[in-house]
Design a protein around this ligand. Structure first.
Ligand code: M6R
Length: 600
C-alpha cells in the first residue's frame, strides 16, 4: 500500500510528480504529499485526502527539477496532514517518503531516538530521524542511509532528499515494490511503471535490500554493504492509453467490459499454431510431479482458487487444497509428500501471499505464480509464472483479473489432463469463444442490471448470495464485490447452509441473490430459495439458459456447465457496480481499501 514517486532532472517536476501520484492512487488514497528541492531549499506540501486535494495546496510558483511524492494508505496513525508523507528530520535537513511497515520502529525510537521530538504517529518518521542522527555522528549521507536501513526490520520502498545536496535522490527497497526509470537528462523513481509512463518506458528493477543513488544522469545500485551492482534496464510493455479511463465514468466499468477481450487474448496467448493449448513444459511437469496442489491467495484471488480447485480436480485428477494466505502463513497444515504451491495474485505483490511463498521456498518446495504483473515480486520469487494477460487492473474491485484467473487455471487443468491422456467432453478453445460472446451479451445488457440493482440493492442494509458447488464460489465473490464498493453487509453461502443459522437474519424484504447454473443442484437451490422466501426474503434468481424458470430475475446465456462461473460473475459485478452508484459510493476508490495490499 502507498505509492511513491521521485524525479531528478532537467525540467520543473511538480506536474510529473502529481500526475504520477494520481496513477498510484490505487495503492492508497487517504492523504498525499510532495517535497520539492531547489536553490531556496526544500518545500513540502501535504494534504489529507486525494491527490486532487493536494494539487490545490501546491504553490504553483515554486519551480523545482527534483522532488519526491507519496500517496498514503494509513497503517501507523490516522489519515491526517501531520501523518501524511513526506516526513522531515527535526533539523529539516532530510525529507523522506516511505511505502511499507517498519516493525521495530518503537524499539528504535526508545533505544536510539529517545531525545527526538516526533511530530507524527508514523513508523516512517523514525527512518528520517535516524538518518539525520547517523549523519550527525560523522557518517556520509550514503553511509548513514545504508546504516539506518541495516537497523530496520520490515518492508520499505524509500525516497530521500538531502537539503544540502540538490543533485541526489537516495532510494532503497525491501519487500515493497520500487523501480528506477531512466530518461534522457533525467531519472525517475516509482512504485509502479504506470506512474512514470508519461516520461519513460525504460526501467531498472530493484532487488530487496538494495540502495540506489539516483542523479539526473546516473543511477548507481549498491548492496547494503556498499558493494556495487550492475543491472540492465527493461522496457515496460505498457502503453499510457492502457491506464486511462477513456470515455468510461469508472475504471471498474471499463474493466468489466474488457472481459470478453481478455478471454480472447488468453486464448491467443496459450494456443499453438495448430489450435492446441500450449503451456510452459516446466509448469506441466511440475503439475505432473505433484501429488497435491496447494493454492494460496487472498480476497478475489482466493475465490478464483476455489473454482480452480474444481477445474484441477475434475479435469486433471490432482487433489487440491485452497488456503487463505494470511491463515496458511501461521497455521500450515500437514503437507503431502510432493506438494506444488500455486500462488494466485493479480498484483503479484500481496504481502500475505508473499510471506507464504518465502516459507515454501525455505522448505524447498516448488511454486507457481499466476499473476497479471510480469516481474512482480511473487512472479520473480516463484519457480514458474503464468501470466493473466488482462492488462492493468486499476479499480480496487477486481473484475477482469478474476475471470482471467479462472481462464488460466482452466487452461492449466486442461493441459495436465491432456498430458495424462484424460479425455474431456469439450474443446476449451471453442468453449472460451462461447464464453467471450456470452460475456459480451451481458455487458450489453447494463440497463437491466442497473434496474435490478435499483430494485434489490439501492436501500437495503444487507444481502445474501446463495449457490451450490461452483455457484457457491461465485457467490463468495459476488458478496465480496458488493460489500467492498457499496458497503452493504453481504455474505455468500452454500445454499444448504443458510438454514443452519444464518436464516435467522432473513427479514421482510432482505434481498437473497441465488445462482442456479448447475443441473444436478438446480432443484435443491430453488428449494433453498423457497425457504428464504417463506421468511420474507426478496429473491433475485440468476439462472442459465436451459435451467430458467418464470420466477427468475435474469438468465445468462448457456455455456458449458463447468465454466458457468466465468459468465455468472459478470451480472454480480454489474449489480455491485450499479448498487454502489445508487448509493453514491466512490466505485473505484472505496473507503479503507487499496488495490495492492503490501502489508501483512
Ligand atoms: O493482488 P492480489 O490478487 O493478490 O490481491 C488480493 C486481494 O487483495 C484482492 O483480490 C482484493 O480482495 C480485491 N480488492 C477484491 O476486489
Amino acid at each position: 500500500m502507498c505509492g511513491i514517486v521521485g524525479f531528478i532532472g532537467n525540467r520543473d517536476c511538480k506536474e510529473i510528480l502529481l500526475y504520477g501520484l494520481e496513477k498510484l492512487e490505487y495503492r492508497g488514497y487517504d492523504s498525499a504529499g510532495i517535497a520539492l528541492i531547489n536553490e531556496d531549499g526544500v518545500k513540502v506540501f501535504k494534504e489529507k485526502g486525494r491527490i486532487a486535494d493536494l494539487r490545490e495546496g501546491v504553490d504553483e510558483s515554486v519551480m523545482a527539477s527534483r522532488g519526491i511524492g507519496h500517496t498514503r494508505w494509513a497503517t501507523h496513525g490516522v489519515p491526517s496532514k501531520v501523518n501524511a508523507h513526506p516526513h522531515q528530520s527535526t533539523s529539516n535537513r532530510f525529507t523522506l517518503v516511505h511505502n511499507g511497515v517498519i516493525e521495530n520502529y518503537d524499539i528504535i525510537k526508545k533505544a536510539e531516538l529517545a531525545d527526538v521530538n516526533f511530530v507524527s504517529e508514523t513508523d516512517t518518521e523514525v527512518i528520517v530521524q535516524l538518518i539525520d542522527k547517523n549523519v550527525n555522528s560523522g557518517l556520509s549521507v550514503e553511509e548513514a542511509f545504508r546504516k539506518t536501513l541495516s537497523t530496520l526490520k520490515g518492508s520499505y520502498a524509500i525516497g530521500l532528499l538531502d537539503a544540502q545536496d540538490q543533485d541526489t535522490i537516495y532510494v532503497a527497497k525491501n519487500k515493497s515494490p520500487l523501480l528506477v526509470g531512466l530518461g534522457d537528462g533525467f531519472n525517475v523513481v516509482a512504485s509502479d511503471a504506470m506512474a512514470m509512463l508519461q516520461v519513460t518506458k525504460q526501467y531498472v528493477e530493484l532487488m530487496d535490500k538494495e540502495v540506489v543513488i539516483v542523479k539526473k544522469d546516473s543511477v548507481q545500485i549498491l548492496k547494503l554493504n556498499g558493494d556495487k551492482v550492475e543491472r540492465s534496464p527493461f522496457t515496460a510493455e505498457l502503453d499510457a492509453s492502457d491506464i486511462e479511463k477513456g470515455t468510461y465514468p469508472h475504471y471498474m466499468l471499463k474493466e468489466i467490459d474488457e472481459q470478453p477481450f481478455v478471454m480472447r487474448k488468453i486464448i491467443s496467448q496459450y494456443q499453438d499454431d495448430n489450435g492446441q493449448i500450449l503451456l510452459d513444459e516446466d509448469v506441466r511437469n511440475a503439475m505432473l510431479a505433484a501429488d497435491r496442489v496447494y493454492i494460496i491467495a487472498c480476497g478475489t484471488s482466493y475465490h478464483a482458487g476455489l473454482v480452480g480447485k474444481h477445474y484441477i480436480e475434475k479435469f486433471a485428477k490432482v487433489p487440491v487444497e485452497v488456503h487463505v494466505a494470511s491463515e496458511f502463513s501461521y497455521n500450515m497444515p500437514l503437507l503431502s509428500e510432493k506438494p506444488l504451491f500455486i500462488f494466485i495474485s493479480q498484483s503479484g505483490e500481496t504481502a500475505d501471499s508473499r510471506s507464504v511463498l518465502v516459507q515454501v521456498k525455505e522448505h524447498g518446495y516448488k511454486a507457481l505464480t499466476i499473476t497479471n504483473v510480469p516481474g512482480s515480486t511473487l512472479s520473480r520469487e516463484a519457480d514458474y509464472t503464468l501470466l493473466l494477460h488482462a492488462g492493468p487492473e486499476i479499480a480496487v474491485a477486481s473484475t477482469k483479473a478474476y475471470t482471467a484467473q479462472l481462464a488460466v487455471l482452466a487452461i492449466l487443468a486442461v493441459d495436465v489432463a491432456n498430458a495424462k491422456g484424460i479425455k474431456l467432453d469439450f474443446d476449451i478453445i471453442q468453449e472460451f469463444g462461447i464464453i467471450a460472446n456470452a460475456m459480451e451479451a451481458l455487458c450489453n445488457d447494463k440497463d437491466r442490471f442497473d434496474m435490478l440493482a435499483k430494485e434489490f440493492l439501492s436501500t437495503t442494509r444487507n444481502c445474501f448470495f446463495i449457490g451450490r458447488g461452483i455457484d457457491y464460489y461465485v457467490c463468495l465473490e459476488g458478496a465480496l464485490k458488493l460489500k467492498e464498493i457499496s458497503y452493504i453487509q453481504a455474505e455468500g453461502f452454500a445454499g444448504g447452509e443458510l438454514k443452519h443459522g444464518t436464516i435467522a437474519l432473513i427479514e421482510d424484504g432482505t434481498p437473497v441473490i441465488a445462482l442456479s447454473t448447475q443441473e444436478h443442484v438446480n432443484l435443491s437451490i430453488r428449494g433453498n430459495v423457497k425457504e428464504v422466501v417463506a421468511r420474507g426474503a426478496n429473491p433475485c434468481i440468476i439462472s442459465i439458459r436451459g435451467l430458467e424458470n418464470d420466477e427468475d430475475s435474469y438468465t445468462v446465456p448457456a455455456v458449458h456447465e463447468d465454466f458457468t462461473s466465468l459468465v455468472t460473475v459478470v451480472p454480480l459485478q454489474l449489480l455491485s457496480y450499479y448498487a454502489a452508484l445508487h448509493r453514491d459510493c466512490d466505485v473505484d476508490k472505496p473507503r479503507n481499501l487499496a488495490k495492492s495490499v503490501t502489508v501483512e
